[in-house]
Unconditional design. Structure first.
Lengths: 289, 335, 252
């Protein structure tokens, strides 16, 4: 029982971290970044490259990866998305195609596989209330908590953050206030990419950098976004927790191979009983008049 | 220095052929008929003349992709839904037909139509809940489902697990293989064309144009979207059911991203909005991708890059451009 | 104008986040009348209309149509009851020609029922009839032009035609007369009057008070989401609260 509580929490935080970039990007700029999974892997590989072939220090790899991925996100916006901005169908198609180009190219060039791993933040185990938890997973929770706290502080107590919240609530109002929508969109995409990088650095050490982790990150980000409600960052945290616990519970009760079944079922159930998501702000199609 | 601008006007023969005067002369009739008749005839005749089985198979595969692409183009140009999950329709059809054959021993002549129907029903049912929501949900959900189902099958080992369902019945001979799929492709192409021009097609296009106005007109857009999705699903599921018996196997690779991204790339390259573009695009990309067969994942890189280039630089695509050239003259005029 | 109550709105409210766009608005609509809804910008008029017609779900309150609770019904169901609406910014199907715009609503269940009962014949003819009903000349080229090419005044009339395609009992117009020249407004206002004479009940959300006050039997005034006055136009003009709301100060 206690292990479900603890592992559920860890899993929830992992999902929240992975989904945070996708959610933030959408809530700030109404851009569904289907390249999220690709950026996730790129961040991991950047860190790996800095660490392994280049033999540089971990903090440098960490920061380097964050910054580089954010810059890549920015570049994607400035050079690609901006040309088709506003045409939702094209935006979707473009980011989806981009994600495939990146991930499959990396697969072809052999940059993903079991030999690509990132080091854990710390090694060793700890006993938490009778449940063995390794330091790295504890670090994950710490990172998650820190991220939540800083996002909360940022969006509620700084001017820029409040502006972002205003934009997230109503972008027409934001336009009237003179906030440049291209700027915020670029910001949204780069912040989203940075968060994807943060998630990669934290979560990838648990396994290896594989192609699956790229598509897996995308699927999970989508699942969390749908369950929590597209556009609500708090919603995605909540959804991540719920889904995280559900997966761990199912793993324990039925078996670990049913993880994906749980996610799929969760999506279908939410779409049927509460389509706008747990904390979804917009009720279905209606509030677009 | 006089100012000039480019002017586009309909060709005289186009203006002549609007309405009843289409039948006025052989020239007018040919003008209208040729672009439809000759490619269709070519599609029927040429494959029979191809020397090797390999080449014939390429035509089969091109048609399979053409069906998926037609579905994608149809959904996008009528109700405005972006389907990132061609693989969902394909996989459902493939497994439905495969399972009927594998577990119940039904012959292909039954499993293909039944598999198509079942596959379409299941995939549409999965997508219906998100039709009430904004279009972005459809994109996300259609993307996620096939990826998730793939992983579920491999993890829970249902329906043959990673190996899939092997040893399915094949099709009687290469002529059936060819002309079954060519026939369905032509029927789909001309059928969808006809559908566009009916009032039902008009309502679908109105939904893409302005769905709030359609709702205010008393029409239940979710129902229409569901029907449109079902139509696209039928096409995709048939493709899957057919391939199950073409390769005599139904496996997890039926959920591959190939079947989701290729239709989009082919539609964009061929020209979105023109159903013929879907077929043309498929017939351009499929052989090219066959040549890259050795480089597995590079194929996806190839389609996706082509897609990106076209969507950023040449959005109208091939058939839109060709149609324009065919129907209109461009010339410089003095301002 | 009869005493039969067609529409009853009870304590209808809508909050967006912390903002109360509509605050406990109640009123009745009687068959045959023209009810005006006026108020300064941001007073919640359009949100009220959206709630009645199903485009926005109310936070609380009820809407009754002939005694039946239709609160929260989706837009197409409300339209099929015979409650049609126009949009503040006209929303035709841009890619279709003008008269084809009218064929679309003829496929609604309501229109189909009427057609089945022998109400009308082939749809194209009906669409043309509707164009005529709102003042287009049948033989002109206007009906065949793509809706995107029509000027604003024409689009407003097209909106009304779209409503008429449903053979509605109630038409709710949202700023029908806005953005029109005096000449254009003076052709559309009589159209509303004519349709009202033919038995259609109207709710008109308006900014253009002069024309509205000539058409309306009763007027409701909203301010900041609340109903602050209700009555015949003459009384509204005299009402102190209304003057304050519009002018921001008491006008002596």
């Amino acid at each position: 029982m206690m292990d479900v509580l603890i592992y559920g929490l860890i899993n929830g935080v992992i999902l929240a971290l992975i989904a945070s970039g996708f959610s933030l990007c959408y809530s700030v700029s109404r851009l569904a970044n289907f390249a999220h999974g690709a950026l996730y892997i790129l961040a991991g590989l950047t860190a790996w490259t800095i660490l392994q072939p280049l033999h540089l220090s971990y903090p440098l790899a960490f920061l380097g990866s964050l910054v580089l991925t954010a810059l890549i996100g920015l570049a994607v916006y400035e050079f690609m998305v901006i040309r088709i901005r506003g045409m939702e169908a094209s935006e979707i198609i473009l980011t989806f195609a981009l994600s495939l180009v990146i991930i499959e190219l990396l697969r072809y060039l052999g940059f993903v596989g079991p030999r690509f791993t990132l080091p854990a933040i710390a090694t060793g185990k700890l006993d938490v209330l009778g449940v063995p938890v390794d330091y790295h997973r504890i670090a994950i929770i710490a990172v998650g908590a820190a991220l939540t706290a800083s996002l909360w502080l940022f969006t509620h107590h700084t001017k820029a953050g409040l502006a972002l919240r205003a934009i997230a609530q109503d972008d027409q109002v934001a336009m009237m206030l003179g906030i440049d929508s291209d700027l915020t969109a670029a910001l949204g995409l780069s912040l989203g990419s940075a968060l994807a990088a943060l998630a990669a650095l934290t979560v990838l050490p648990l396994g290896a950098i594989t192609v699956e982790s790229g598509y897996g990150a995308l699927i999970l980000a989508i699942a969390v976004a749908i369950i929590g409600g597209l556009g609500s960052v708090t919603g995605s945290f909540l959804a991540a927790m719920v889904l995280g616990y559900a997966i761990v519970l199912a793993s324990k009760l039925i078996g670990p191979q049913y993880q994906m079944v749980v996610s799929l079922a969760a999506i279908v159930i939410i779409l049927i009983i509460r389509p706008s998501g747990l904390l979804g702000k917009q009720k279905e199609l209606e509030e677009r008049v | 220095m006089e100012a000039r601008r480019k002017e586009r006007i309909d060709r005289p023969v186009k203006a002549q052929t609007d309405g009843i005067y289409a039948l006025a002369s052989m020239r007018n009739v040919m003008y209208l008929l040729a672009p439809r008749l000759f490619p269709a005839l070519a599609l029927i005749v040429v494959p029979a003349l191809l020397p090797t089985l390999y080449l014939k198979r390429i035509i089969c595969i091109a048609c399979v992709y053409a069906l998926l692409t037609l579905g994608f183009d149809f959904l996008l140009s009528t109700v405005g839904l972006v389907c990132l999950g061609g693989a969902l329709f394909f996989g459902c059809g493939m497994y439905a037909a495969g399972a009927l054959n594998y577990y119940y021993g039904l012959p292909p002549v039954v499993t293909i139509p039944l598999g198509t129907l079942l596959g379409a029903l299941i995939s549409t049912a999965l997508l219906i809940p998100c039709l009430r929501l904004r279009g972005i949900y459809f994109a996300m959900v259609s993307l996620a489902y096939p990826l998730m189902i793939h992983r579920i099958i491999e993890a829970t080992l249902i329906l043959g697990g990673t190996d899939g369902l092997l040893g399915l019945d094949g099709l009687p001979n290469v002529w059936v293989e060819l002309y079954l799929v060519i026939g369905v492709t032509l029927i789909a192409l001309f059928g969808l064309r006809r559908l566009y021009h009916t009032d039902f097609g008009m309502v679908l296009r109105a939904i893409k144009d302005n769905d709030q106005a359609v709702r205010a007109s008393g029409i239940n857009i979710t129902l229409y979207k569901a029907i449109a999705t079902f139509i696209a699903a039928l096409l995709g599921s048939f493709a899957g059911a057919y391939v199950a018996h073409l390769y005599m196997w139904a496996g997890p690779s039926g959920w591959a991203l190939d079947y989701s991204i290729f239709p989009i790339a082919a539609a964009v390259v061929g020209g979105m909005g023109t159903l013929s573009g879907a077929v043309v695009g498929s017939f351009i990309l499929a052989p090219l991708s066959e040549m890259l067969r050795a480089f597995a994942s590079l194929r996806i890189v190839f389609y996706s890059s082509a897609l990106i280039v076209f969507i950023m630089l040449w959005r109208e695509g091939l058939m839109n451009w060709l149609e324009r050239k065919y129907h209109q003259i461009e010339r410089w005029v003095k301002v | 104008m009869s005493e039969e109550v067609l529409l009853k709105v009870v304590d209808l409210s809508k909050s967006f986040g912390g903002v109360k766009a509509v605050d406990k608005v109640s009123f009745e609509l009687r068959r045959g009348e023209v009810l005006g809804i006026i108020g300064p910008n941001g007073s919640g008029k359009t949100t009220l209309v959206n709630m009645i017609t199903g485009f926005v779900k109310p936070t609380s309150g009820k809407v009754y149509y002939r005694g039946k609770d239709i609160t929260g019904w989706p837009p197409h169901k409300v339209a099929n009851l015979g409650i049609a609406r126009t949009f503040q910014t006209p929303r035709p199907f841009l890619r279709l020609s003008a008269y084809k715009n009218l064929v679309v609503p003829l496929y609604s269940p309501r229109a189909r029922r009427i057609a089945a009962a022998g109400g009308f014949g082939d749809r194209e003819t009906v669409a043309m009839d509707l164009m005529e009903d709102v003042g287009y000349e049948r033989d002109s080229s206007v009906p065949y032009k793509p809706a995107a090419a029509l000027p604003h005044g024409y689009l407003k009339r097209l909106e009304l035609a779209r409503c008429l395609a449903l053979r509605p009992e109630i038409i709710i117009t949202d700023e029908l007369l806005s953005g029109l020249t005096v000449a254009e407004a003076s052709t559309i206002a009589p159209l509303v009057e004519k349709l009202n004479m033919e038995g259609i009940t109207f709710i008109m959300v308006e900014h253009r008070l002069r024309e509205l006050f000539r058409l309306a039997h009763r007027v409701i005034v909203l301010e900041q989401g609340k109903k602050i006055a209700e009555g015949p136009p003459e009384k509204i003009l005299e009402d102190e609260r209304v003057k304050k709301a519009y002018m921001g100060a008491e006008v002596i």
